[in-house]
Structures are given as structure tokens and as C-alpha cells.
Design a protein around this ligand. Structure first.
Ligand SMILES: Cc1ncc(COP(=O)(O)O)c(C=O)c1O
Length: 384
């Protein structure tokens, strides 16, 4: 079996991820941040360690501003619903995932003004159009860092200063890049960076969060959910401190233990080496695809401008047939269709059918890429 669905969730996970989760269940099974007994304190330490590691990995100065959530969708919703009120203007791009577009369309129905800046057919943001969109002023700009459809990377080092010059905050959806592309939130000046734990960060499903810049204050966020936090229990309003304000309810401590172990693994090997490995894999994949007649590749061909995720179509075959044949005949696991990103597929011109997405990951081998290329070539030759 060849697993090429790492853009949906990474697999396999490093062995220490499962080990840390079992160890948490067996030896530190208290509720983190609640009771004062030793099992609760042990669980709290594991959560704190994960927060520390995530802050270090992303170069965020304050681990208490690493908010832990069940996935990036929750983090994005917490930021969007927390910051935006009717009358506010928000600017986003034509490459966003539905975890941004759906909350924004919901907010639009309640009076938030939503402006979507176009991207070119490779998925690259039109920076001149962004500059124009910022002229009337916007409270927030939401940018997908790496596309889950084409792997296209947006130049945050150019975008964030433009956003700040217009007096806006910048929220980055780093679902596809946290763990695979080096990210320094302090150097970039990103105000909010949302991440998911189960993709490039190599943690288990049920984990994610966001990192908040030091200048953001808890009162700026109207919590989308509220509940017990283990702190300020005398108050019936959400506490005005991070991370508690945005972390109501018991955390997924077992998942966070796994995420912490995964981040420790990434710290050990270094994100630069992950990036270099994925660049090698995707360069090999793109070169092979270019030589197969009838295969169309979407997204940038320059590996500097993309992640390892590649979208293709085979002329004359529905994407569902290609995905089915790859799975059934060659045991190559991909994802076909719209990838929860209809806006991105409209930008690429691949809506409504979508594409076949080949998403190698850190543990994919060059031999697996070769076998995938052979499979794609055989399927393409069967109709050409
Ligand atoms: C760019 C992007 N944003 C958001 C998400 C949502 O991730 P999750 O389902 O972990 O919340 C994904 C995952 O598919 C994604 O690729």
C-alpha cells in the first residue's frame, strides 16, 4: 500500500506518538488543570510541555498564547467568530478551505463584510488586488499559507507587512504548512497562526490550535464557546486570560500528549530537513508526471513555491475513476474531488469535478513515488 493522503492526515505517525498516548492514559490519567492531585498535575505537565514545544517550533515567545483546540477548524472558528462583529470588514483569498469560507459566509449573513481577493490559476494570491482590497480598511485578513489542493505557498513575508500597513490583523491558516515548512511567527509578525495537529505536525487526530501574538488581548475575543476552565471558577463569565478564555472544557490530553511527542520528534530532526525531504519527493513526482501524456498538473512547478501536495487530472477520465483505479488496482491511496475547498477549485478552473490529489509525506519513499508514476502512466495509457 502507498499512502498518498498526507494532506488529509499524515500516516504513519512516528512510534513515540502512540507510546506517549498510552503512557498518558496509564500513568498520568487525571484531568489537566482541574484537580490538585498528582495525576491531574502530571496530565497538566504533559499539556504544558506540548504548549512549550509548539511555541518553540513556531518561535512564539509565550506558550500561554498557544491555544489548544480539537483541530484547526475550531481554532479558525474561535478566531473568526471571536474577533468579527457586524459591520466589520474581512478580506480573504480565492484559495481558502471551507473551514474559513463557511464561518465567513455565516458571519456575512449577520452583517460582516467579506471580500475575497482572487488568486491566479496556480493559486498564487494577486498582491496588487490585495493592496486594493485593503484600501477601505479591514479588521482582519485571512490567508491560507499552503493550499491543500495544489500545495501553493503564499509569500507571508510580503503579505503580512502589507496587511499591517493597512492597520489590519493577519490570521494565517497553516493547516498544511505547520510541521512541513519552517515558520517563525515572530519574524513574520503573524497575529494569529492556526494549525492542526494531525497533518504535518504528525500528531493524532483531535488536536490543533492557534498561536496568538503578544499584542492581542483576551477581551478582543468573544468566545464562541464557554464553560469550565478550572480557573476563576467564582466567575460566571469566561476568564480574561489566555489560554483559558479560548479553551473551555476538558482538553484532549491524550491527543495532546501524542502531539507533544510528535513535535519533539520534529524538533529533533528539524523542519528544514522535513522541507528538504518533501521537496525531493515532490520534484521527483512532478518530473515523472510531466512525462506522462494526458496528465495535467495543477499548481506551481517550482518546488520553492509549493508543498509536496500535487493535484492532477487524466484527460478523458473522471477523477473518481482515477482515484478508484489507483486504490483498487495499485493500492495507491489518494483523495479525489473538491478537498473541502470549492473556492480553490473555482480559482483553478477544476470546479465542480475537482482533481486527484497525490500528497506524499515525510515517510514516503522515492520508490513509492516511482510505483505511483508507473500506476498513473498505465491508467493514462489505457485511454490515450
Ligand atoms: C488548508 C486547510 N485548512 C483547514 C483544514 C481543516 O483541518 P481540520 O479538519 O484538521 O480542522 C484543512 C484540512 O483539510 C486544510 O487543508
Amino acid at each position: 500500500m502507498i499512502y498518498l493522503d498526507n494532506a488529509a492526515t499524515s500516516w504513519p505517525k512516528p512510534p513515540m506518538v502512540g507510546e506517549a498516548m498510552v503512557s498518558m492514559l496509564e500513568q498520568a490519567g487525571g484531568n489537566p488543570g482541574r484537580s490538585g492531585h498528582r495525576l491531574s498535575i502530571a496530565a497538566g505537565r504533559i499539556v504544558d510541555d506540548a504548549r512549550d514545544r509548539l511555541a518553540a517550533l513556531l518561535n512564539a515567545p509565550d506558550p500561554l498564547r498557544v491555544i489548544l483546540t480539537p483541530n484547526v477548524t475550531h481554532a479558525l472558528n474561535a478566531a473568526l467568530l471571536g474577533l468579527l462583529t457586524p459591520g466589520d470588514r474581512v478580506v480573504t483569498t480565492g484559495m481558502e478551505h471551507n473551514s474559513v469560507m463557511r464561518p465567513l459566509r455565516g458571519l456575512q449573513a449577520s452583517g460582516v463584510l467579506v471580500d475575497v481577493v482572487p488568486c491566479d490559476p496556480q493559486g498564487r494570491l494577486d498582491l496588487d488586488a490585495l493592496r486594493v482590497a485593503l484600501v477601505p480598511g479591514a479588521k482582519l485578513v485571512v490567508i491560507n499559507h499552503g493550499s491543500n489542493v495544489t500545495g501553493t505557498l503564499q509569500p507571508l513575508d510580503e503579505i503580512v507587512p502589507m496587511v499591517h500597513a493597512a492597520g489590519s490583523l493577519c490570521l494565517v491558516d497553516a493547516a498544511q504548512t505547520a510541521g512541513t515548512v519552517p515558520i517563525d511567527v515572530t519574524a513574520l509578525g503573524v497575529d494569529i497562526l492556526a494549525f492542526t495537529g494531525h497533518k504535518g505536525l504528525l500528531g493524532p487526530t483531535g488536536t490543533g490550535g492557534m498561536v496568538l501574538a503578544p499584542h492581542l488581548q483576551p477581551e478582543m475575543f468573544r468566545p464562541a464557546y464557554s464553560g469550565g476552565t478550572g480557573s476563576r471558577s467564582e466567575e460566571e463569565l469566561p476568564p480574561e486570560v489566555f489560554p483559558d478564555r479560548l479553551e473551555p472544557g476538558t482538553l484532549n490530553a491524550v491527543g495532546i500528549a501524542g502531539l507533544g511527542a510528535a513535535v519533539a520528534y520534529l524538533q529533533e530532526i528539524g523542519i528544514q530537513s522535513v522541507r528538504a525531504r518533501e521537496a525531493e519527493l515532490v520534484a521527483h513526482l512532478l518530473a515523472g508526471l510531466a512525462s506522462i501524456a494526458g496528465v495535467q498538473v495543477y499548481g506551481p512547478l517550482d518546488v520553492e513555491q509549493r508543498t509536496a501536495t500535487v493535484s492532477i487530472r487524466i484527460e478523458g477520465l473522471p477523477v473518481s475513476v482515477v482515484g478508484y483505479r489507483l486504490d483498487e488496482e495499485y493500492e495507491v491511496l489518494t483523495r479525489v474531488g473538491l478537498h473541502c475547498s470549492p473556492a480553490a477549485h473555482r480559482t483553478l478552473g477544476t470546479f465542480p469535478q475537482g482533481t486527484v490529489r497525490l500528497a506524499p509525506g515525510l515517510f514516503t519513499t522515492l520508490e513509492e513515488i516511482d510505483n505511483t508514476l508507473r500506476a498513473v502512466a498505465e491508467i493514462a495509457h489505457s485511454v490515450h
